[in-house]
Design a protein around this ligand. Sequence first.
Ligand code: NAI
Ligand code: MG
Length: 369
Amino acid sequence: MAVRKLLLLPGDGIGTEIMVEVRKLLAYMNDNLGAGFEIEEGLVGGAAHDAHGKSISEEHMKLAHDADAVLFGAVGGPKWDGVPYDVRPEAGLLRLRKEMELFANLRPAICYPALADSSSLKKDVIEGLDILIVRELTGGVYFGDPKEIIDLGNGQKRGIDTQVYDTYEIERIAGVAFELARTRGNRVTSMEKRNVMKSGVLWNEVVTATHEAKYKDVELDHMLADAGGMQLVRWPKQFDVIVCDNLFGDMLSDVAAMLTGSLGMLPSASLGAPDGKTGVRKALYEPVHGSAPDIAGKGLANPIAKIASFAMCLRYSFNMVEEADLLEKAIANVLDSGKRTADIAAPHLPTVSTSEMGDAVLDQFKALT
Ligand code: NAI
Ligand code: MG
């Protein structure tokens, strides 16, 4: 039986509450589906800070490196507002992303039929939507040098950020996008601004060359990123996989996500390079939302974003595609049945708690598997 090493890092606030619901699924899959998950749990964020003054310990960093995949909850909260920058809760997540070199951030935008009415767009524009944004996460303008504010001495200051991309960085993110497209609709749209940015010219060239060299079976188009933003709102179903740099990806993935629903519904994955020996990619799966201090400890958190992140883990880290599909189907069925946590409920209609939602998804998943 395969051994699948998972590290759970629940973190703070609702991070711990939503992880409980994933644990229920893990236990069921180990006991009944022979999934072979070997589970470790560690501290990150404020929880780690309270225990030993750091946002993640060396020991738990090592567990992350040794795991096949990390399931992350959320970190942060007002309790740690005054804590120095390098040991703040968020530093733990940034360190994990950086040291594991998680360069590919995947954000799906899926419209669950039962929620098609709650979008800000018309129902026919988003019903059935299933697109995937692949954002470069470790390069570009967020990291390039120089990055500074200079005092010009004449009462003026100059703020500088630098967008830098090397060929290898573009090649590897394009490779991830093409490979994922092969498992879906087989289409990639690359977005940049080659009309005004040199890094955009290179981005376009390298994506095109990568396509020519290895992925000619996948359909490729290019779109300027600003036009891409318009098209995402006008007719999002024209896309399958979108690949873009760190900055455009940050904005376009937020736009795409909000086409379909609440923060409590949105999963994400961050992938690294495949291991030279085993071929396994380093990966971390987390909900898009944070630790939600305003509702923490009240049983109000929607666990679906975390459960859907776990479905991505099954699909992308363990190639358990059937189980991933069934888990997503279980979520859709629960929503169809009318169960809603408070964040996705219409005003004045009855709601369920975090654990009731988790149990409902588990029951559906049991029925399907
Ligand atoms: P947030 O995402 O935690 O919450 C924003 C709003 O959405 C809140 O009203 C919250 O109650 C609601 N919400 C979020 N997730 C929900 C869920 N699963 N179910 C129901 N409602 C949900 O963002 P906010 O308030 O800006 O940040 C709170 C803390 O989380 C801060 O310390 C921030 O730094 C941290 N944070 C951490 C992230 C991470 O760990 N990756 C990401 C974003 C924020
Ligand atoms: Mg963002």
